[in-house]
Design a protein around this ligand. Sequence first.
Ligand code: NAD
Length: 401
Amino acid sequence: MGNFLAGKVIAVTGAGRGIGRAVALACAAEGAKVVVNDYGVSIEGAEPTSDVAEAVVKEIEAGNFGTRGNAGSDTGGAVGGAADRAASGAADRGSGGRGADRDPAVDAGRSGGSRAGGEAVAVADDISTMAGGRRVVETALARYGRIDGVVCVAGILRERMLFNMSEEEWDPVVATHLKGTFTVFRAASAVMRKQGSGTLIGFTSGNHQGSVSQANYSAAKGGIISLVRSAALGLHKYGVTANCVAPVARTRMSANVPMELNEIGDPEDVAALVVYLLSDRAREERITGQVYTIAGPKIAVWAQPRELRSAYADGSWTPERIADFLPGSVGTDPMPMLAQLEAMAQAAAAAKAKAEAEATAAVAVEKAVVVEKAVAVEKQATPEHAATPEKGDNPRPPHGV
Ligand SMILES: NC(=O)c1ccc[n+]([C@@H]2O[C@H](COP(=O)([O-])OP(=O)(O)OC[C@H]3O[C@@H](n4cnc5c(N)ncnc54)[C@H](O)[C@@H]3O)[C@@H](O)[C@H]2O)c1
């Protein structure tokens, strides 16, 4: 075990799989006591089970910290298969459905225990509810007496083009990502403000810039950045920092992306950055209000939004004056993703045209071969020396007999 987070208490949401699990394990490996929150749902947010969070607690207690690439993160290998999920999902529903209805002391009692490895406690609640977010923080206080950092990783996907998206596809995605960050930040910041220290970490995505078929996800991820910046501003004077991570890592969620990702790493790469941001080393550097991308070996910081160009009217603006003035002066700031989309569309059109040209050429060659074969067959049937009989001729076979 390292000591980057020695003595700290860290809560991680979505800590049962993928990036959250890697973060929870890395925090424990660096000496933190960890609240492992996971509602244990499918990628769309269905069929909750407490097995997922409890499995990670067991890994921490057993001291299994460095499991880079452990498939259990995504496939359910470490947390039970589909049958387990269905069974415990049914059990959850039978006992009142929402994890938030359970007693944290019972969860804590079930999941705490051995100190051979690290220390952790499971909270299998839905953090998109205020009660769920509160429960994560209250469990840290009840169990370990303090909360030094919260990392809001939990997320789901419901992908659909905007013009087809239903309320049932919009609401849960925004609730899980954006409200799910608020509920935990809200509860944690009240405690951190009083103790005069703490770190809040939200999870965004490169898709906060916009998304073709995930308007719900993109909107939530953009909201998380603004929430983090608001937390950084509002809590600065209380010694609390807030930052955001935009990861790219191999998990069940990234496996859903319909295109190849050029820059991608493992959940453990993301975990290393999160541990740093939670540490006193990052606090000493006064890192707050930042958005970092981490994708395998790459770390990048995103720009702060600011005005690019401005102009002032002499008198009032009218639509007419704006129409005359704006295009050639204030102008626009082109969307990089739109340029990327257009380049992809052009490449796809060029590839299609090439494929069509090749197909046409292949058909032409095929036709030529067919014609050639037909001519050869015809030639065989009527060789040169077997002249077409004319009226009055005495036809004879080509090779005599
Ligand atoms: N994997 C990537 O490349 C990538 C890229 C950009 C952003 N992200 C973000 O990183 C985060 C983690 O993604 P991942 O790839 O590890 O996903 P994942 O699907 O592997 O893990 C997400 C976890 O969140 C849990 N969860 C879902 N809803 C919950 C709720 N209401 N309460 C508590 N837990 C809940 C799930 O049960 C699951 O274990 C997400 O916020 C995602 O949007 C990931």
